[in-house]
Design a binder for this molecule. Structure first.
Ligand code: DGJ
Length: 718
């Protein structure tokens, strides 16, 4: 007879169904159930993943399914979650359920399941976390053995999930420099599709490590069943979608095992990164909101705290600046009313001055001719003007033209007997070497200790790995990709232990590093070097599926042909607003507009940073884009309306708003107007019920529709 016990803890229900030889393990979030059961053969099966079942009796009926952490080498003929070659050469693994523990700490439930090989002393622990209110589940594995000699791991997934649907639809995000996060939808067919990176560093250069998998039909923003998944890992990743002969889909997620066989010593723990996913049967919008909430609450450094607005000098000066020029730019930051000035690349190097990207990387001393009085003077001048000071670093890299390269040739990743392969004239330092870790830590720590006022760092990483070989790892070259990422985290752990809340922007030649493994150390990321407003609508749209607005740095620059400052500002306001422009070249009206925009942004940014995002009209479907952020209380919303390059044929229908309270009354008011212009919407400054706004909707394009124009509306409960 099956016995079950129900534990009610606050709002959360933990169900543990027990019998003599069987255990059924249930992970529950507000709207999701994941049910695992143990078969008579002691193997662990995924019996259910989907919408929450409301009656406990239903849970008891679930059994069977497909094996949770499929092994390689025995009867499984499909992609395994794990493949191990034992010390004696036996290339097989069998995993049987041994035990599990459950724990509930407020909103988060923890389940650890131990699986063991009945013959070899190998143990795998599967770790699940359920974030109840956010409807997010994370899972990963820890692999260990006690054989006499090392074993070889050739596959080590974070998770393997199974699906049974009529059809499967994949949404992925790919790109390149200055055209990141392009969204592509396709139907999956039998066989294997991989989304992956082999780049080592700057790993998301071509592929964002995130996807939607829709079941039975392509999900829309508001309908359809899907999971949204991403991996918390800043190195090579791989998502494998395999549809078998019976149309069953296996989804494997984890580190990309490409060129990365791992020799695991007896007793050593191999812990995989977390696969993070959310299930939604209400489309992509809900899935994004789940992930955004989870990210702000748990995954991004200081995700609930305010961010700094800033003026950056990269596009305004590139490498061509000196102390006087920079101090003049500080005046621009002060005039705008932003919080911080961010000094970008080009401030360092003396034997090899950093006057272009050809030299100086690695020599992190102030360039004496550009900055004769050092960073200290810059901090002091910024402070005088009431603004903070931040600085750019790229501490993982080196130019051959640098003192560092000449002093420590063994600190650099490069193949013996082969020419070095430069990208952006630089090479990657060998972070697996503890001396290099100390060096990178000391650069950051030294800078911050010497210049107490430095309040922000932009951490860049401008190349991926090629011709890579670590002198330090010696015969363990196949550990390089994994060790590099682990060692990067070690350095970041040390930095965070000493500077727990210093805001740091994650940058990688644009959006080459955008993952939740890194974001626990960073407050925000740089999505792209492309700051053209029109392009940014698409780029920010792509990232918005997985990352909340407070993590997405969006700067107003001079890029964007034919685009007004108003248009570019409205686009940047939908993320974490900053500037990278010569303020002294503004017309008086542009300056007034920008000053007012910064003030407005500071008043409303809480809704944008912490609110729920509703993507209402997609730029992929129409020549416009409409998005809304709504605060928790549903008392305030900010709506962004962007017109792209309109054509004669375009007909723009009324827009039904989302996320409001139908019962409440709201005032609809245009904000962020350019000086001398007035709102042209006849509905402006009128009061509507939430019901009206969401059911009847509003015409957001009254009158003549002009390309590359935009509006920002504030919707406030009366
Ligand atoms: C690449 C970044 O994406 C840019 O914003 C800028 O910081 C440059 N690197 C500096 O070299």
């Amino acid at each position: 007879m099956i016995k079950y016990s129900l534990l009610f803890i606050c709002n959360f229900i933990f169900v543990v169904v027990l019998s003599q030889s069987q255990a059924s393990i249930v992970l529950q979030t507000k709207n999701t159930h994941l049910v695992l059961t143990v078969g008579n053969n002691h193997r662990l099966y995924q019996s259910y993943l989907g919408a929450r079942l409301t009656s406990p009796g239903d849970l008891e009926k679930l059994s069977g399914g497909r094996e949770v952490y499929l092994t390689g080498g025995m009867e499984n003929q499909f992609e395994p979650a794990i493949r191990m070659v034992h010390a004696d050469g036996n290339p097989s693994l069998e995993l049987e359920y041994a035990s599990h523990t459950t724990e509930q700490k407020e909103n988060v439930s923890y389940i650890n399941i131990i699986l063991k090989d009945p013959v070899y002393p190998v143990k795998v622990q599967l770790q699940y976390r359920g974030y109840f209110n956010e409807d997010v589940i994370t899972c990963n594995a820890t692999i260990q053995h006690h054989e006499k000699k090392p074993v070889r791991l050739t596959q080590y997934a974070s998770s393997l999930l199974h699906f049974n649907a009529g059809t499967y639809w994949l949404t992925q995000f790919h790109g390149d420099w200055a055209r990141e996060a392009n969204m592509v939808d396709e139907q999956l067919t039998n066989g294997i599709k991989n989304i992956e990176s082999k780049l080592g560093t700057r790993t998301n250069f071509y592929q964002t490590p995130a996807f939607f998998l829709s079941l039975d039909k392509p999900a829309t923003e508001t309908s359809g069943e899907l999971i949204a998944g991403t991996l918390g890992w800043t190195g090579n990743f791989q998502f494998t979608f395999e549809i078998d002969q019976r149309n069953q889909l296996r989804l494997r997620s984890g580190i990309n095992p490409f060129a990365s066989d791992y020799t695991l010593n007896p007793g050593e723990l191999f812990t995989t990164p977390e696969f993070i996913f959310t299930y939604s049967n209400q489309g992509k919008g809900q899935a994004s909101r789940n992930l955004h909430r989870w990210a702000r609450n748990y995954a991004v450094l200081d995700g609930k705290s305010p961010r700094l607005t800033l003026l950056n000098n990269w596009e305004a000066t590139y490498f061509n600046f000196n102390e006087t020029k920079l101090i003049e730019l500080f005046d621009g930051a002060k005039q705008l009313g932003v919080d911080l000035f961010l000094l970008d690349d080009g401030w360092f190097g003396n034997t090899f001055p950093r006057d272009s990207d050809k030299a100086g990387l690695g020599d992190w001393q102030e360039n004496k001719s550009k900055l004769p009085n050092g960073i200290g003077r810059l901090v002091a001048e910024a402070t005088k003007r009431g603004i903070k000071f931040g600085i750019w670093l790229e501490p993982e890299m080196v130019n051959p033209k640098s003192d560092l390269y000449q002093q420590h040739p063994d600190w650099i990743l490069r193949l013996p007997n082969r020419a070095v392969h430069l990208a952006r004239n630089q090479l990657v330092l060998d972070l697996t070497n503890p001396k290099v870790q100390d060096f990178v830590f000391s650069i950051v720590d030294g800078l911050l200790t010497k210049n107490l006022g430095v309040a922000f760092i932009k951490w860049d990483c401008n190349r991926s790995m090629t011709n890579a070989y670590s002198a330090y790892l010696k015969e363990k070259q196949s550990h390089l990709f994994i060790e590099y990422t682990r060692c990067l985290y070690k350095v970041l752990d040390r930095i965070r232990a000493r500077y727990p809340h210093l805001p740091i922007m994650l940058c990688s030649g644009g959006g080459g590093r955008t993952d939740y493994g890194a974001l626990k150390y960073f407050t925000e990321f740089w999505p792209s070097d492309n700051t053209d407003g029109l392009e940014r609508i698409f780029i920010q749209w792509g990232y918005s599926y997985f990352f909340p607005a407070n993590t997405m740095a969006a700067h107003i620059t001079s890029m964007g042909k034919g685009q007004s400052l108003k248009f570019r500002t409205d686009v940047a306001m939908a993320g974490k607003l900053g500037y990278d422009i010569r303020v002294n070249e503004f017309t008086p009206q542009e300056l007034q507009f920008s000053q007012e925009a910064v003030t407005t942004y500071k008043r409303i940014n809480d809704v944008i940073w912490q609110g729920d995002l509703y993507r209402i009209i997609s730029p992929y479907e129409e020549n416009r884009a409409v998005t809304m952020y709504v605060n928790d209380k549903k008392s305030k919303a900010i709506l962004f309306n962007y017109i792209l390059n309109v054509r004669r044929k375009d007909i723009f229908t009324r827009v039904q708003l989302q996320g409001l309270d139908a019962q409440k009354k709201y005032r609809f008011k245009e904000i962020n107007l350019f000086p001398g212009t007035k709102a042209n919407n006849p509905d402006n400054d009128k009061v509507f019920t939430g019901d009206y706004l969401m059911t009847v909707g509003l015409n957001l394009t009254p009158g003549k529709v002009l390309s590359l124009t935009s509006n920002v509306y504030e919707i406030t409960e009366e």
